[in-house]
Design a binder for this molecule. Sequence first.
Ligand code: NZQ
Ligand code: ZN
Length: 382
Amino acid sequence: MKFSYRNATQIFFGQGQIASISSAIPANRKVLVIYGGGSIKKNGVYEQVQAAMDGHEWLEFSGVEANPTKETLDKAVALIKEQGVDFILAVGGGSVIDGAKYVAASTHYDGDGWDILTGAYVPEKATPIGVILTIPATGSESNENSVITRSETQEKMPFASPLVQPQFAVLDPDVMKTLPEKQLINGIVDAWVHVCEQYLTKAQGAMVQDGYSETLLRTLRQLGESFADRDDDHWRANLMWAANQALNGLIASGVEQDWSTHMIGHELTALWHVDHARSLAIVQPSLLRHQVEFKREKLEQMGRNVFGLKGGSDLAERTIDSIEAFYQGLGVATQLTEHGGNKPVAIRQVVDNLVKHKMTALSENRNITPESVEEILLGAIA
Ligand code: NZQ
Ligand code: ZN
């Protein structure tokens, strides 16, 4: 085990914490408040922001879509440059936060911001970001990752930079009260797969990382199974904290990771607008079956410690079945149907996009090639 770990985001957790932003944002900053399609105007979050920002100079940019696009975000970049903004407050879910990260970095670059996604430009400076989280799922509120879509070419690509990690994030579980059931379920599934991508690799004897991952998985499983209690303060708080901890860098420290389910899933979203979490539930069971020999030991450990399964030579396979049943129990499909009807064409489109994005050697073993993706998708696409 060898790593360097720091999570530099200050978390303000709990009811009423939105008021904390008034002191968390330096008074002399000119602030751009970035948000999405308007849910914050219907649930009182916008009014709380207004009250807390009293005394600050601020302006706003709305309309960041789910799966945020470069095309929309470039308008925010122009606004920031024109207005001399020097702090960004992102109020929303992963899409708004990821969008704010792109804007924060692009603002200090004269070229096309998409260069950040292709790697042609590595951010050297970024406008500081604060976050008010409105949907627990991605962990974007306290990590350095961002995923941006270019609608013109139907591409969805990630980038990461420590410069765009938020300085603070407000996690008030009360904001979840207006979340549609579908989004709550997406949050459970996304956080679950985040833990899996950092845990389901090879056994490395990392007892702390494994143990904490299993705690998070058991918590998410329990929240899924007690979904009927979702209108309970504890239920909401537990989901919000679990989703945050699932992708804040801690459980990834010093262990192998495998983000191939995410990389393949992103292509399903880019092509057919499948919700991010739902793209993962489609890809992961088939991918795990394909990679079972490489992940057997950890799958068996997960089977015992997360699902309470009994031993046996097929324990890893039964663990994958249990993961799939968990998604189905939440009403989440584990096969893609919305691809336009022609399965071979759909598979080819995904594989071609992955090749274009140079994702030709995925997984911890770099053994998921375009041919493997084809095999995986045969089991994931209806
Ligand atoms: O736009 P508004 O009107 O706000 O509506 C949003 C949106 O339609 C709505 N919503 C959010 N908070 C709400 C609410 N509705 C009612 N009440 C509230 N309190 O929910 C919809 C979905 O929001 P979105 O931000 O898209 O969801 P999520 O947090 O799941 O983010 C998904 C995006 O994050 C990326 C995904 O690829 C996707 O683009 N990811 C980012 C990661 C990261 N930065 O670390 C990792 C993830 O794996 C993921 O890839
Ligand atoms: Zn995710």
